[in-house]
Write a protein that binds this ligand. Structure first.
Ligand SMILES: Nc1ncnc2c1ncn2[C@@H]1O[C@H](COP(=O)(O)OP(=O)(O)OP(=O)(O)O)[C@@H](O)[C@H]1O
Length: 262
């Protein structure tokens, strides 16, 4: 585990293009352990692209990216053992049972079968889905699948967690449990990258908020710091202001007009 306050992610002048399209245009970022980072931005801003680069899933970028002091271009896989990831949309092997899926993931991370089997069943019970541990994932509701994905990301007790819309499908009780889990993990010195479009949650849980727009960081600070700079009350309003968006009423009304056309 990293000591609190130690640098865990360092990104210098990160650029990425897909064909002619420049998607990341010089990202600079230092992240210390023990923080929940709210990583937000409009659709297509470049959030997932940054995370995929950090996870070693995307190549062809320019700039320097270090995770736990390893330059990830060295292609070492060791650092990946200390990372957990919940993608926004995941390909799950859903013909497997939860037990088969979670023990498989655990073994990929090098955990002993018996250890991971016990751990996974207990975590599922704590999340209220222990009774379906031996059922196929195809029979699960959206929220149940999401809980399995969250458990899969945490089984190996990683030091950095990337969550992309992790609350998707979770009921109100499970949301409370999840928020408490991540705040305790951060208190233990883990680093959490939290990407979401639900501004109320990001505002409440993040120690630091990073707003990316058009492939560049346009705001970086605590919620209080962002509020002071923008003179706006809520993160939703700060987001709208910094991304230059204020025509939601006109767009909604145009949208309705199109629906009403003959
Ligand atoms: N494999 C790819 N090939 C071509 N273009 C891509 C690819 N992956 C992403 N892009 C483009 O890069 C831009 C940034 O995408 P990215 O997925 O990083 O956005 P995002 O901020 O995560 O958005 P969202 O909030 O919608 O998830 C988008 O314009 C997208 O179309």
């Amino acid at each position: 585990m990293n000591k609190e306050g130690q640098s865990v992610i360092s990104i210098k002048d990160l650029k990425m293009s897909f064909g002619d399209k420049e998607v990341l245009r010089g990202i600079n970022l230092e992240v210390e352990s023990g923080q929940i980072i709210g990583y937000i931005g409009p659709n297509g801003a470049g959030k997932s692209t940054t995370v995929k680069i950090l996870l070693g899933m995307l190549e062809g970028y320019q700039g320097q990216v270090k995770v736990f002091d390893n330059d990830i271009s060295s292609k070492s896989i060791e650092y990946k053992k200390r990372i957990g990831y919940v993608p926004e949309t995941a390909e799950m092997y859903d013909t497997l049972t939860a037990q088969e899926y979670l023990t498989f993931i655990g073994e990929i991370y090098g955990l002993d079968y018996e250890v991971v089997n016990k751990k996974a069943e207990r975590l599922m019970s704590l999340f209220g889905i222990g009774d379906v541990y031996h059922s196929r994932i195809t029979s699960f509701s959206k929220g149940m699948k999401q809980k399995v994905l969250i458990i899969a990301s945490l089984l190996h007790n990683p030091d950095i967690l990337f969550f992309d819309e992790p609350l998707s499908g979770l009921d109100a009780n499970s949301v409370m449990i999840f928020k408490e889990i991540i705040s305790e993990l951060a208190a233990q010195g883990k680093t959490i990258f939290y990407s979401s479009h639900i501004m109320e949650v990001v505002e409440k849980i993040s120690h630091r908020i990073i707003l990316i727009n058009g492939g560049q960081i346009v705001a970086d600070g605590t919620f209080g710091e962002l509020q002071k700079k923008s003179n706006e009350g809520s993160l939703e309003n700060i987001f709208n202001q910094l991304t230059g968006f204020n025509q939601y009423k006109e767009i909604a009304s145009d949208f309705i007009s199109v629906l009403e056309e003959g």
